[in-house]
Design a protein around this ligand. Structure first.
Ligand SMILES: [Zn+2]
Length: 337
């Protein structure tokens, strides 16, 4: 037995020229299928020399702009129309996407905390391991498409992270700007360990992320932002020969370059109750402004607890759910760079 190679296999050759639809086969022996497996869809489109881009959606199973935009791209992009390679995985956590849940129903794992994975781990860990061992080494750039899912809502942004390698960081920043989202954000993560983002960056490759909308649905606008962003990124890396479409080209204000100077940008609940949003996304706030308040249904005499902005800026993310608990995300404030 080879105990170093992934237990996951691909039905297509990721090094072959041409367009190939196939699956990653993840062994999944279970009560209702003794010798069963999960078949996770993947498309590889390759045409000679050039940059290789990995496009992933459905890292969380209740975020839909990525899967929709990438399924459409997988149907329409042909090898003759590109230079280099595009690897498309519309549903990275495929069992979670089929279940409409953030986490996998098989093992309860958050795919974006599962990297670099384990060859003999649960289904999510085996997927992460294969991506880490067999796909990331091929990629020059990775775009992982997220939105808020059922519990969060974001003002659409593309993002990059501050990383030690200034040259790679600058290239990631330029790629993020090329995406052309309404907001371009230098993002501070609350919990970066185990993320696909972190693994890509530690390999010295370019990572671009995005949070396009949320609420466990999509809108025509959030899907359009995603589709334009994907094509803009393919054009930026000269994989397709197209003129990028900027916000201004669409008659919108130019992308707002923003950042999150410290953890004061996040509002986290210290209470369990019913959350009332007092200001909406894209509104400006001053430090100390009330952003929302938690009400207590079981103690009607009790005043609600007001949550205030920790700094001046713009509210670009908020909870979508109303029934909040201690430790839940309530909001996120970014400032112009
Ligand atoms: Zn997500």
């Amino acid at each position: 037995m080879n105990h170093t190679e992934p237990k996951v296999s691909a039905t297509i050759d990721l090094l072959a020229d041409g367009k190939h639809h196939g699956h990653l086969i993840i062994p999944h022996s279970r009560n209702d299928s003794g010798w069963g497996a999960v078949h996770l869809p993947i498309v590889s489109i390759r045409n000679g020399a050039g940059q290789t881009m990995l496009l992933t959606g459905g890292n969380h199973g209740d975020e839909y702009e990525g899967p929709i935009a990438l399924m459409k791209l997988a149907r329409t992009l042909e090898a003759g129309g590109i230079k280099g390679q595009v690897i498309i995985i519309p549903a990275l956590n495929y069992p979670a996407v089929l279940n409409g849940s953030r986490l996998s129903p098989i093992d309860g794992v958050n795919m974006n905390r599962a990297f670099p994975g384990r060859r003999d781990g649960s289904v999510s860990l085996m997927i992460a391991h294969f991506v880490h061992e067999k796909i990331l080494p091929l990629a020059d750039v990775v775009l992982d498409i997220h939105s808020g899912g059922k519990t969060m809502m974001f003002s659409p942004f593309a993002c990059y992270h501050r990383i030690p390698d200034a040259e790679v960081m600058e290239r990631a920043k330029q790629a993020m700007l090329a995406f052309g989202a309404p907001i371009s954000l230098e993002l501070v993560e609350l919990d970066a360990e185990g993320m696909l983002d972190t693994e890509v960056e530690e390999m010295g490759k370019i990572f671009v992320g995005c949070e396009i909308g949320g609420g466990g649905t999509s809108t025509p606008e959030t899907v359009l932002i995603t589709e334009i962003g994907v094509r803009n990124l393919l054009a930026h890396f000269e994989i397709i020969d197209e003129k990028p479409i900027s916000c201004e080209d669409r008659g919108l204000p130019p992308t707002r370059l923003m950042h999150m100077p410290d953890s004061d940008c996040y509002l986290i609940s210290n209470d369990a109750g019913i959350y009332e949003t007092l200001i909406d996304l894209d509104e400006s706030v001053k430090k100390g402004d009330a952003v929302g308040q938690v009400h207590f249904l079981e103690k009607l005499e009790r005043q609600p607890v007001v949550y205030c902005a920790g700094r001046d800026g713009t509210l670009i993310g908020r909870t979508h759910k109303t029934l909040v608990g201690i430790g839940d995300f309530l909001g996120m404030i970014a400032t112009e760079m």
